[in-house]
Structure formats: structure tokens, C-alpha cells
Design a protein around this ligand. Structure first.
Ligand code: NAD
Length: 520
């Protein structure tokens, strides 16, 4: 048995652990009518919450952090059992949720405060921009970070005054249900309706039904599904944000710190078994340091401990690399590695499912002699595979890094920090790290999201909460004249004066000076 989610009856999804293959639990599949009912409950719950002052919303959500902390061990165990990742990586998910429950309650007031604009032309108008909740936000999420992308993603949406309905991945619904359960209990404890956040379960059809009921959809998942989600949202003309796949390049220049770079390559490629949208998916290393870089990467990869370390009580034993969550993803990994090998790539370590362990384990794999056209260098592998290509120089590395439909994250490695930042600015990616990998996602103050086919919209920072808001502009007349010069009746005399004023105003900079005067 290699899969952990299968239809037990038409109404139920059964979950078993990808690491141990033991049964973990089950969830019912929600019908279209049940999704509609959830949306009706959300609308009722929303009415009071959207008018609740931000400071009060912040107080309520901040209190949930204590509840998450109290349930820490249970959450970590459930993540490891349902998703197959090591305890350390489950702890990272927990840390992210605590960070979101700190960051947005602390900053939302600043991010959503109405702000004034001084118009550059209509100086007789007072203009303010307001951020109002959109209504019901539908989150449709994948299986690789089941707590971060459900409870974590919901926090800025709730903080902005919305209600949230989550359709978690059919492969990891239990941790989503547990995390959301904590938020629901916290709302109840503070006298607010628990239906401000709800879960609906099921497959793609349930996700599609959810899009039909909500006021905005925030989708995280593959490019292909993202396109379908965007099309469905477009037919209703509701806003959509898309956080999609990547093929993140790592560029190692000849003056890089090879020890740090090789440590980063190994962690960046194999953490979460490579099932990270911003994992290192391909390396371009300059020829003069390639041998040393590859030697160290292989040595460090061979030292990794693979397995399952679910419970803290079991022992002190810890693993570095866990199981792969989604059985089909192993097939993708196998097909990419097989194609690369058939076309001349060398497998320096790994390159197969784990020969002994029963669960869904694929060995951490390092490949060299890869070519730019191989699938392993072009398509998202989303598994524990690190293909390394030698390049002549930086220009070749940059050209190959940018020759991709994806543009999620990237990294650049050099001891010359300034040069690294210049090069990073030329990499086509939403976030590029210099001498670091993946950590850009942890900077929750900065906008995070993909370019090109990697997505539309940003999470984190001010954008990460404003995307869940409608922007409303209020334009107020300042002087109360009986009519504006451009209103009826039109006259030839005023038209000539207006034309002359425009020419003088735009060509002499008078408008700019007036603007400075009015801005005071
Ligand atoms: P997926 O696209 O197969 O599924 C994502 C979600 O969409 C699931 O909940 C699924 O049930 C639902 N879904 C499927 N068909 C649907 C439809 N027609 N309408 C509505 N919903 C539908 O992705 P996955 O395999 O679960 O996740 C892996 C992908 O997610 C990778 O490509 C990875 O790069 C990406 N990802 C991106 C980010 C990011 O922040 N950019 C983060 C994590 C994962």
C-alpha cells in the first residue's frame, strides 16, 4: 500500500500516514449544498465581525496564539503523522502560525489605516483611501504545508474583517481541521461566532463549489489547477490570488563560501523531502568551484538520516528527511530522474525509492551532467532531487536561471555581497536570496509571491492583508462652489481659458507648486 488517501465510500476520505502507512483518520466529503450552507453561516457570522474595531479583532486573534502554544505537541505529532515530515519541520509550521498571530494583530492597524492622497491635478478635492473587508474568503490549499497554508493563511484574512472557508488538500485535511478548530474555539471563547472560520472537505469539485460561493479566492497549489481556479473565479468576476509552483535556481559563483553554499543546497533541496514550492530545484555552479561544491554536497547528502520521528516520547532519535506525502509525486520524481539518466545524467547518490522502509520514502538524490532541456531542469520535480549543472560563467548561469516559465524564488552565492545583490536583481523571481535559501518566506514583513507562471498576488507584509480588502476611495469637495468650471453650461470663452491654463500649468511646473501649497 503506498497511498494514504482513498475514497472509502462516496462520502468519506480516509487518511493514512505516508511514513508508517497506519490509518490516521477520516473526513466526510462535503457536497455542493453543504458548501452553500457553510457560506450562509459565514455571511451571518461576518456581519458583526467586519464592523468590529481592528484593535478588538487583534486582541481576539492574538489570544489564539496561546491556544496554539498550549496544543503544540499534539499539532506537531499530527503534522508528522498525516504529512510524513520530520518533527523539526512540523515545528517550523507551528512557529510560522505563531508568527502570523503576532505580526498581523500587531501591524494590521497600520496597514489598514485610511490614508490621504494629495491629488496631482484636482487640487480642490480631499481624497482618502479606505480598506474594507471583501466578505468571505475561500482558501484552497495543497498538502505540503498543511498548517501554514490553512490556519496561517487565514490569519490576515480574518484580521482584515473577513470570514474564511478553507478547502484543504484531500491528502492533509486533519491538521487543517485541528488548526481551524483552535481558531473556532478561540472565537467562541471571546463571544464571536465560530463560523468566522470553517472547513469544507473534498476533492477538486468541492474546491470548485467553494469558488462559486465566496467573494475572493486565495489559491495555493499547482499551475494547472491555478489556471482552472482563475478561470472559474473569472466567470464570477471575483478577485483571485494564486501562489503556484516553481523551479527555483541556485547560482553559485566562483567566489562563494562553498561550505555554506553546499550546506544550503542540501537543506534547500531536501527539506520537506523537496516538497517545498521554493526549494532548490536546480543548481548552476561556476566551473572553477564545481568539483569541490559537488564533492561536499554528495558527502553531506549521504550523511542525511531518513525516516520517521513522529513522537517526542518515543526516543531521542531524530531524522532529517521524511516521507513524500503525495504518492503521485514520487512517480513524477521517478520519471524526471529516469529521463535524466537515460539522457546521460550521472546519479551520484540516491536515485531510487528507499529500498527498506515501507512508507513513501525517496532517497535524497544528487545528479550531475544534466542538460538544460531535461525535465529535471525545466519542470517542477517537487521531490528530494538536486540536479547540478556546471556553467562557464555568471552570464551563462543567469541566462539559464531566467530561461523558465516559473519565477518564484532563487538564490545567488558570492562573498561579494553588493555584487550578489546586483545579480539577484536580475534574476526573474519574486524573492531572491543572497547567500541564503528559502528564508525569504520567513520574512513575513516582505511581500512574497511569484512572477511569471508562479502566481499572481502577494502574501505577507502590507500587501498580504490588503489583498483581502476592497480599496474604497472617498473624494470630497473642499470649497463648496455652486458648480465646477467643467460642469454645464459649456462656453467657448471658458474652453479657451482652460486650454491656456493647461498649457501654462503643465509646461511651467505651476501645478507642482500649487500642489505643494495645497498639500499643507
Ligand atoms: P493541486 O493544484 O493539485 O491542489 C491544490 C488544491 O486545489 C487541493 O486542495 C485540491 O483539492 C484543489 N483543487 C484541485 N482541482 C481543483 C479545481 N478544479 N477547482 C478548485 N480546487 C481544486 O496542488 P498540490 O499537489 O496539492 O500542491 C503542490 C503544488 O502546490 C506544487 O506545484 C507547489 O509548488 C504548489 N505550492 C505553491 C506554494 C506557493 O506559495 N507558491 C506553496 C505551496 C505549494
Amino acid at each position: 500500500m503506498s497511498s494514504q488517501a482513498g475514497v472509502q465510500s462516496r462520502q468519506t476520505i480516509e487518511i493514512s500516514s505516508p511514513a508508517t502507512l497506519e490509518r490516521v483518520g477520516e473526513v466526510p466529503v462535503d457536497t455542493q449544498a453543504e458548501v452553500q450552507a457553510a457560506a450562509e453561516r459565514a455571511r451571518l457570522a461576518l456581519a458583526g465581525w467586519r464592523e468590529t474595531p481592528i484593535a478588538e479583532r487583534a486582541r481576539v486573534l492574538l489570544a489564539a496564539r496561546d491556544a496554539f502554544i498550549a496544543d503544540r505537541e499534539e499539532l506537531i505529532e499530527l503534522i508528522t503523522r498525516e504529512n510524513g515530515k520530520p518533527r523539526m519541520e512540523a515545528l517550523t509550521e507551528f512557529a510560522y502560525v505563531c508568527d502570523m498571530l503576532t505580526f498581523y494583530p500587531g501591524r494590521a492597524r497600520k496597514f489598514l489605516r485610511p490614508h490621504r492622497i494629495t491629488p496631482h491635478m484636482l487640487l480642490n478635492k480631499r481624497v482618502t483611501v479606505h480598506y474594507r473587508p471583501r466578505g468571505i474568503i475561500g482558501l484552497i490549499t495543497p498538502w505540503n504545508f498543511p498548517l501554514i497554508l490553512t490556519a496561517g493563511e487565514a490569519i490576515p484574512a480574518l484580521m482584515a474583517g473577513n470570514a474564511v472557508i478553507i478547502k484543504p488538500s484531500e491528502w492533509t485535511p486533519l491538521i487543517a481541521r485541528r488548526g481551524v478548530g483552535i481558531l473556532r474555539q478561540n472565537f467562541r471563547a471571546h463571544g464571536y461566532p465560530e463560523d468566522l472560520i470553517q472547513i469544507v472537505n473534498g476533492y477538486g469539485e468541492t474546491g470548485a463549489s467553494l469558488i462559486d460561493e465566496v467573494d475572493m479566492v486565495a489559491f495555493t497549489g499547482s499551475v494547472n489547477t491555478g489556471r482552472r481556479v482563475a478561470e472559474r473565479a473569472a466567470s464570477r468576476l471575483i478577485p483571485v490570488s494564486l501562489e503556484l509552483g516553481g523551479k527555483d535556481p541556485m547560482i553559485v559563483l566562483r567566489d562563494a563560501d562553498i561550505e555554506r553554499a553546499s550546506n544550503a543546497a542540501v537543506w534547500g533541496a531536501f527539506t520537506n523531502s523537496g516538497q517545498v514550492c521554493i526549494s532548490v530545484e536546480r543548481v548552476y555552479v561556476e566551473e572553477p568551484v564545481a568539483d569541490e561544491f559537488i564533492r561536499r554536497v554528495v558527502e553531506k547528502t549521504k550523511a542525511l538520516r531518513q525516516g520517521f520521528d513522529g513522537s517526542e516520547r518515543d526516543s531521542e532519535r531524530r531524522v532529517d528527511v521524511g516521507a513524500m506525502t503525495f504518492p503521485k509525486q514520487i512517480e513524477t520524481v521517478e520519471s524526471h530522474v529516469a529521463e535524466a539518466r537515460d539522457r546521460g545524467a550521472q546519479i551520484l547518490t540516491g536515485g531510487r525509492r528507499h529500498p527498506v522502509m515501507q512508507g513513501q520514502f525517496y532517497e535524497p538524490t544528487v545528479l550531475t551532467d544534466v542538460q538544460p532541456a531535461m525535465k529535471i531542469m525545466t519542470e517542477e520535480t517537487f521531490g528530494p532531487v538536486l540536479p547540478i549543472m556546471r556553467v562557464r560563467d555568471e552570464a551563462e548561469a543567469l541566462r539559464l536561471a531566467n530561461d523558465s516559465p516559473y519565477g518564484l524564488n532563487a538564490s545567488v552565492w558570492t562573498r561579494n555581497r553588493r555584487h550578489g545583490e546586483d545579480l539577484a536583481a536580475r534574476v526573474e523571481a519574486g524573492i531572491t536570496c543572497v547567500n541564503d535559501v528559502i528564508m525569504g518566506f520567513g520574512v513575513t514583513d516582505a511581500p512574497s509571491g511569484g512572477l511569471k507562471e508562479s502566481g499572481i498576488g502577494k502574501r505577507h507584509g502590507a500587501e498580504g492583508i490588503r489583498r483581502f480588502c476592497n480599496q474604497q476611495v472617498i473624494v470630497t469637495d473642499r470649497f463648496g462652489a455652486s458648480r465646477e468650471p467643467v460642469w454645464y453650461p459649456y462656453s467657448a470663452g471658458f474652453e479657451r481659458l482652460f486650454a491656456r491654463l493647461l498649457v501654462v500649468g503643465f509646461s511651467t511646473g505651476i501645478i507642482r507648486k500649487l500642489k505643494a501649497l495645497f498639500a499643507r
